[in-house]
Structures are given as structure tokens and as C-alpha cells.
Write a protein that binds this ligand. Structure first.
Ligand code: UDX
Length: 428
């Protein structure tokens, strides 16, 4: 059905809400269930409780046109729905295992509440083999439809996906789910459920490996005296490599890449396959963070005890308010462990009561305040606003003007003119 389907989406988080808005935009009638009281309350009052470019307008338009509404329970959303999308969190449990309790809870609510002939579509990232377990729990055909959207560009990625993957043992059901997205014009990959689930992990594992490669390359460039930005330019023109996803940084983070690489390593181990290459990519990510810590220690004069370090950026990347598995937090904690006082500024984090994940960090109202009395400042998230600062003013506020630019965002020549000692990533 290319348009006009009745769709339920369970979960209004980083995946469920953009999915709901895009399905409505594609001409379907969507009922989205959110059981979290605060989040449901915000949505019911017309507020979108996350920073995501273009999403608030799209949700607003869909609600105003009657194509999207919000309810509290999965069972309520499933009433009358031909397709029920499961978009709930599947966090890591720390040991590589995946916490499936939210998915299982939804499956048990759906069992008995689904319309005859309804198809369950799983978008949550789950260990390979989960779709068939969900079929047993819900009594309905389950199609695996992994989500590849990036936070911060969720609307664009969902409206113009590079591909749509649908996997089910019942290929007809898979194709029907694929047709819901035909309005995007994206290529459709139809396969079995196990393969679709594997594609999701493979995609994130490949991206993580690519980033670990470029971060290691930055380290190599520093050792041999090459410039990583020109190396990437020379690599990127090769169409087999491309320019995307090759910016060196303080390591990769977020709610997906760390969790999904750990989960895939566990899936591989359980299946008796030693995925040594992926293990190395994960280990290299810890090294990438540690290299940034060493640069900050060096910039601050060799040790951090009793020193103040300014930190610019706390989210795991720019364009989102998400701090889950943020490299910036990992680096900040290490700096505090080494004795530093960390003063931090992020445009999405207001000063005031300190949230539990930022415990010990002094939250500042602006980037200048974060540098007051600092022996070094570390730029850890690539927010554009850091490019337009008055660096002479920053230098004047610091006890010694030293800057570690972990995102290669700034112009070293301009900083040196302002009196800074500048350290980038893999730059000459
Ligand atoms: C990722 C995948 O890209 C997406 O397809 C999947 O659906 C969910 O996981 P997301 O977590 O939103 O998306 O972040 P992404 O943009 O992929 O960035 C991941 C991490 O890599 C961030 O910490 C980011 O700063 C870092 N990164 C990304 C770099 O350091 N350099 C780059 O060139 C790109």
C-alpha cells in the first residue's frame, strides 16, 4: 500500500517520532503510542521533547492535518492498525548483552490486541533472531525493518533514506511493509528476518570501523608529520572510499555505535565467530579518547592536579541534545580523575542543577565563562558557534592560552595569532 495505510507506531523517541511524522507525510494515518507520562504530555500539548531539525514543524503539520495522533498504550494504538511499528529503546546492559525488556513488554501488550491480518514491524535494533521470537510472542507475522537515521538529521534521513531494508520469512509481508515507504523513492532490499537484523549491526559496525580507522590515521599522521585532512582529501576522491564519515574526532559515541558494536561482538561470540577486526575497532576507540586526554594534559603543562580545564561541547556530536555515550563526557571524567576541575559549556545544557551524568562538572552559561582561569580548553563537540568566538578574549580569561581542538573545527593560524598554543587531530 503506497499511501492510505493505517499505521501504529509504538514509542515516540529518537526513532519512533520521526518515523511517525514521515509515515504521516507519506500519506498514511498514524497513531503513535508513548507511555512515558512527561513525553506524552509534551506531545499532547504540541511540544516536541527533543532537539531534531525540522521535526517539530513536521509533527505539528501531521497532527493539524489529522494524519497523526498520540495515545498512551500500545494496545490502544494497535486498534484498527494494519501495521504496528515497534520503535522502543534496546539499551546495552554493559556486558554487550541487549536489554530487550521494552520490546518484550510491547510484544506482550500487542498479543491479543492486534487486528486479524496485522503485521508487526520491528525497527528497534535487536540481536539477530529476535524477529522470530517476537512472532511467537505476538502470534503475528513480524517484519524486521532496521532504521538507519542519524540523530540531528532524522527527518532528512527518514524522508530520503539511502535504502529501505525489510526482512521476513513471509516475503509478501516484507514487501507490503516496503511499499509503505515507496513515496521516498529509496531502493528496497527484501530479505529474510535474520539477514535484515544482521544488516543493521553490519552497517553500524562498518561505520564504527571507518571512524576508528580515520582516528588511528590521525595518530599516524602526527607520528610521521603528515596532515590527516589532506590524506582524507586524497582518499575521498576514490569513489570506493568516499569523503563521508572520515572526520577525525575524540572517538565515536552516541546511543547506537557503541551499543551495536558491543552487541555484534557478543552475537558473533555466541555463534562461535571471532570478529577480531571489530574488536580492534572498539579498542581503538578507547585509545582515541585517551589520546585526547594526553593532549589536554600536555597542553595544560604536563599534569592536571589542581588545574582548571575548559570543555566546549558535551553532546556526542553537534545538532543533538543527546549525551548518551558521549566521548566528551568520557574525556571530561578522565580529566577529573587526573585532578582537573572541569568547567564546561554546551549550547543544549543550561547552567543550574547538574544532571547526574554530568556530576562533578561545573556547568557554565557561555564558552567564555568555561575558560575562566583554565590552563587548557578542549573543544570536544563540533558546535558551529565555537568558530565565531572572540579568541583574544578567551585567551585573556585563561591562565595560559592552550587549546586542544579534538574536532579540527578551528583555524590554527587564527588561534596562534590570538596567542594560543593549538593542538588539533593529525594536523601538522
Ligand atoms: C548512527 C548511524 O550513523 C545511524 O545510521 C544509525 O541509525 C544510528 O547510529 P548517530 O548515532 O545519530 O547515527 O550518529 P553519527 O552521526 O553516526 O555519529 C556517531 C559518532 O561518530 C558521533 O560521536 C560522531 O561525532 C562521530 N563521528 C561521525 C566522527 O567522529 N566523525 C565523522 O566523520 C562522523
Amino acid at each position: 500500500m503506497t499511501a492510505g495505510a493505517r499505521v501504529a507506531v509504538i514509542g515516540a523517541g529518537y526513532v519512533g517520532l520521526p518515523t511517525s511524522a514521515v509515515l504521516a507525510r507519506l500519506g498514511h494515518t498514524v497513531t503513535c503510542a508513548e507511555r512515558d507520562e512527561a513525553r506524552f504530555g509534551a506531545l499532547a500539548a504540541g511540544r516536541v521533547p527533543m532537539l531534531e531539525e525540522g521535526l517539530a514543524e513536521m509533527v505539528h503539520d501531521a497532527v493539524a492535518s489529522g494524519a497523526l495522533r498520540f495515545v498512551r498504550s500500545a494496545a490502544e494504538a494497535a486498534r484498527g492498525a494494519q501495521f504496528v511499528f515497534v520503535c522502543v529503546a534496546t539499551p546495552g546492559r554493559g556486558d554487550g548483552a541487549t536489554d530487550l525488556s521494552a520490546v518484550e513488554q510491547v510484544a506482550s501488550e500487542l498479543a491479543g490486541a492486534l487486528e486479524p491480518g496485522a503485521i508487526v514491524v520491528n525497527k528497534s535494533t535487536v540481536p539477530v533472531g529476535t524477529a522470530s521470537a517476537l512472532e511467537r510472542m505476538t502470534g503475528a507475522p513480524v517484519v524486521s525493518n532496521p532504521e538507519f537515521l542519524r540523530e540531528g538529521s532524522a527527518v532528512r534521513d527518514s524522508l530520503h533514506p539511502d535504502r529501505v531494508v525489510v526482512g521476513a520469512d513471509d516475503r509478501r509481508a516484507a514487501r507490503r511493509v516496503g511499499e509503505l515507504f515507496s513515496g521516498t523513492g529509496a531502493p528496497l532490499v527484501v530479505t529474510d528476518a535474520l539477514t535484515a537484523e544482521t544488516i543493521k549491526y553490519a552497517s553500524n559496525a562498518f561505520l564504527a570501523t571507518k571512524l576508528s580507522f580515520v582516528n588511528a590515521l590521525a595518530g599516524l599522521c602526527e607520528s610521521v608529520g603528515a596532515d590527516v585532512r589532506d590524506v582524507v582529501l586524497g582518499l575521498g576522491y576514490d569513489r570506493r572510499i568516499g569523503f563521508d564519515f572520515l572526520r577525525p574526532g575524540p572517538g565515536w559515541g552516541g546511543s547506537c555505535l557503541p551499543k551495536d558494536t558491543d552487541a555484534l561482538l557478543r552475537v558473533a561470540e555466541a555463534a562461535g565467530y571471532d570478529f577480531a577486526l571489530l574488536r580492534a575497532a572498539v579498542e581503538a576507540n578507547a585509545e582515541a579518547r585517551e589520546r585526547v586526554v594526553r593532549k589536554v594534559v600536555h597542553a595544560a603543562g604536563g599534569q592536571l592536579s589542581g588545574r582548571t580545564v575548559g570543555v566546549w561541547g558535551l553532546t556526542f556530536k553537534a545538532g543533538t541534545d543527546d549525551r548518551r555515550m558521549s566521548p566528551s563526557l568520557a574525556v571530561s571524567r578522565r580529566l577529573m580523575d587526573l585532578g582537573a576541575v572541569v568547567r564546561a559549556y554546551d549550547p543544549t545544557v543550561p547552567p543550574g542543577p547538574v544532571p547526574s551524568d554530568l556530576e562533578g562538572i561545573v556547568l557554565c552559561a557561555d564558552p567564555y565563562d568555561a575558560c575562566r582561569g583554565a590552563s587548557a580548553v578542549a573543544l570536544l563537540t563540533e558546535w558551529e558557534e565555537f568558530c565565531g568566538l572572540d579568541f583574544a578574549k578567551v585567551a585573556g580569561l585563561m591562565s595560559a592560552p592552550a587549546l586542544v581542538d579534538a574536532r579540527n573545527l578551528l583555524d590554527p593560524a587564527a588561534l596562534r595569532r590570538a596567542g594560543f598554543s593549538y593542538t588539533g587531530m593529525g594536523r601538522r
